[in-house]
Design a protein around this ligand. Structure first.
Ligand code: ATP
Length: 624
């Protein structure tokens, strides 16, 4: 994103924002038309406002000898004319006030409705953006964009942008009337325009830069807060409160400085504009009075002209007044639009199949993948899995197991090669069709701040309570849920913090079970569980995986041994593949690792037995 230099250069960014808003304006076209009509009425009534004064001046104060372009006015009794003029002042001003009220409310409603839609769209869009985007973005900064930046845009659109657009009508209307009254006098008022242009251009450059920096600081501020609060356990455990507080405070004071700078520059511009307007008024007053003395202009005309001059300069005053706010709107809007314009890398292909029940045959054909260009994480991976088979992905840490699983979910697309389900490249299915038929269970069963019942039902939003309970029973979770204070209606804390790791995991299994998906991905689901919990989870998983194509990522080869197919991944390649017995017979890396784990387990068993404890694991002996 390039840095805008001036207000003039930033106006395109405001147009760009308006262009984005156009589709949302369409449903509000009647409100828009009504508000514009009220605005036009306001401009028209504002133009009429000085005329009663003119008639009083020209026909009563100067005497009845003065000529009038309206013969009717000349024919009126002085007292009648005065009464009518006084009444007209009240009527015009009241009607203008009503029109102003209507267009203010109309534009405010319009701004709020449109920007509420933008915020909804932004949030939805954010959730659809690929993981490669989310991996790099800071969640706090994204939060600021969805909440504060859109609010900023909304507030400013209502209080500054829309009235400013309205003021353009006033400027054009008043200038037209001034030229029709006395073109030379009108031309004189334009003399100050270049001065105004130069001042605004110079100040707005600095105001915009300060506003943009301030928005960035706000993003960084929120990101720091979100990260430290999100990881509060580790922050407190490592006594990092001071470190985070210092980073936060540094962003905070920088943001404050930029905010003060924006306000100072904007106030400066406002005062300069006032002086420029005063110069223009003085010029018109001087030349206009001279014309009136030479009877080329009536005093009433001069009065009307000066009143129009004031109205015509109002948009300029407003532009100066709103520059600071517009700069903030442009900076906030740019951040919102930058997100909206970002295309999800993983998206539905044109003509993708939206409804198809998977049998569960999965194959990888020469799949290579790199998160960053040139840094291959998977290299020419090929394998084939039949429906209902159990596949274990094993191998050293950081060698591509989770990445392989995320390609099945289309969290990323392969750099080369294809992932197929039921003989078709998965890109030929819509994302909804694909992901609704895959259940995922991660190392730390992530839960949401909602009731237990809702957390399970996230797997299948239409599920009944009976189905939820059945899923919980399958996951060995029913017993502990029933013992919770409000059973299935107990609300659990954010990220499930009020439950133990094993309980969270069993709830996550229930969520996966209720989905009834033909394909299951289990990413180290038993890591970090103690013997009792592990047994309960393994038992639940055994039931869950029945008849489903299952991919199990595990470091515990004991769990891998029962798989129909074991893929040993190292350095992004499938180094060994086959059943447990085949791999043991091949006596390669898998066999070596299995032996290592088996002897570690045996050592632990003996140590536990010597202290009167029970066995915590059992590795079946190797085949002869
Ligand atoms: P583990 O057993 O520890 O979970 P793994 O075998 O599942 O590891 P992956 O998580 O697939 O390994 O990671 C493979 C490689 O890809 C690692 O070198 C890791 O640093 C890298 N990697 C993983 N996620 C990303 C990402 N989002 N962006 C860039 N690189 C990544």
């Amino acid at each position: 994103m390039g840095r805008r230099q001036t207000l003039q250069e930033s106006l395109p960014s405001l147009w760009r924002i308006l262009r984005h808003l156009r589709p949302y304006l369409r449903p509000q076209r009647w409100l828009l038309a009504g508000s514009l009509l009220a605005l036009l009425a306001e401009v028209g009534l504002r133009a009429l406002e000085p005329w009663p004064l003119k008639f009083v001046f020209d026909h009563l104060l100067r005497g009845p000898h003065s000529s009038s372009p309206l013969p009717l006015v000349g024919a009126l009794e002085p007292l009648t004319l005065l009464t009518l003029a006084a009444l007209a002042v009240v009527v015009f001003t009241s009607l203008r006030a009503l029109a102003a009220y209507l267009n203010t409310i109309g534009f405010a409603l319009l701004g709020s409705r449109v920007l509420a839609e933008v915020r909804n769209k932004l949030y939805h869009h954010l959730q659809c953006l690929s993981l490669s985007f989310h991996n790099q973005a800071r969640s706090g900064d994204l939060l600021v964009r969805v909440t504060s930046d859109t609010a900023q845009l909304q507030e400013i659109a209502v209080t500054a942008l829309l009235p400013l657009l309205g003021n353009i009508f006033i400027l054009v209307g008043m200038l037209g009337l001034m030229f029709s009254l006395h073109w030379r006098l009108a031309l004189l008022t334009l003399v100050v325009l270049p001065l105004f242009w130069v001042t605004t251009t110079r100040s707005s450059k600095r105001i915009h830069e300060a506003a943009r920096r301030q928005r960035q600081r706000e993003g960084a501020l929120a990101a720091t807060a979100a990260e430290s609060i999100g990881a509060i356990k580790i922050v407190q455990a490592l006594s990092l409160q001071g470190t985070f507080a210092r980073t936060f405070s540094s962003h905070n004071s920088k943001s404050l400085k930029e905010g003060v700078k924006t306000r100072r520059l904007a106030a400066n511009l406002e005062r300069t504009t006032d002086v420029i307007i005063a110069i223009a008024t003085a010029l018109v007053l001087w030349y206009g009075t001279w014309l009136a003395l030479r009877e080329e202009l009536t005093p009433g005309d001069l009065l009307v002209f000066l009143s129009y001059l004031k109205s015509a300069f109002k948009p300029m005053q407003d532009l100066a007044k709103y520059t600071g706010r517009l700069a903030k709107a442009a900076a906030a809007g740019e951040r919102v639009m930058a997100l909206l314009e970002r295309e999800p890398e993983v998206r539905n292909w044109p003509g993708a199949i939206s409804a198809y029940a998977f049998r569960g045959a999965v194959s990888f054909q020469d799949v290579s993948f790199a998160y960053e260009p040139g840094r291959w994480v998977l290299k020419e991976v090929s394998f084939e899995v039949h429906p209902g088979q159990y596949i274990a992905l094993v191998g050293p840490s950081g060698h591509g197991k989770s990445t392989l699983a995320s390609l099945i979910l289309r969290l990323y697309d392969p750099t080369t090669g294809s992932v197929m389900i039921d003989g078709r490249d998965i890109r030929h299915y819509t994302l909804d069709c694909l992901r609704s038929q895959i259940s995922v269970l991660l190392q730390d069963g992530l839960l949401f701040a909602a009731s237990v019942r809702d957390n399970i039902a996230y797997g299948a939003p239409a599920a009944s309570l009976e189905e939820i309970v059945a899923a919980a029973r399958l996951a060995n979770a029913h017993q502990f849920i029933a013992a919770l204070p409000e059973g299935y209606d107990t609300v659990i804390g954010e990220r499930g913090v009020t439950l133990s790791h094993g309980q969270r995991q069993r709830l996550a299994i229930a969520r996966a079970a209720i989905r009834q998906a033909p394909i299951l991905i289990l990413d180290e689901p038993t890591t970090g569980l103690d013997g009792e919990n592990e047994r309960a989870v393994v038992e639940a998983l055994d039931r869950l995986t029945q008849g489903r194509t299952t991919f199990l990522i595990t470091h515990t080869l004991l769990h891998a041994a029962k798989a129909d197919l074991i893929l040993y991944l190292e350095d992004g390649r499938v180094r060994e593949s086959g059943t447990h017995h085949e791999l043991m017979r091949a006596n390669g890396r898998y066999a070596a690792l299995y032996r290592l784990q088996a002897s570690a387990c045996e050592y632990g068993r003996r140590a536990a037995a010597s202290q009167g404890g029970g066995a915590s694991c059992y590795y079946p002996p190797m085949p002869a």
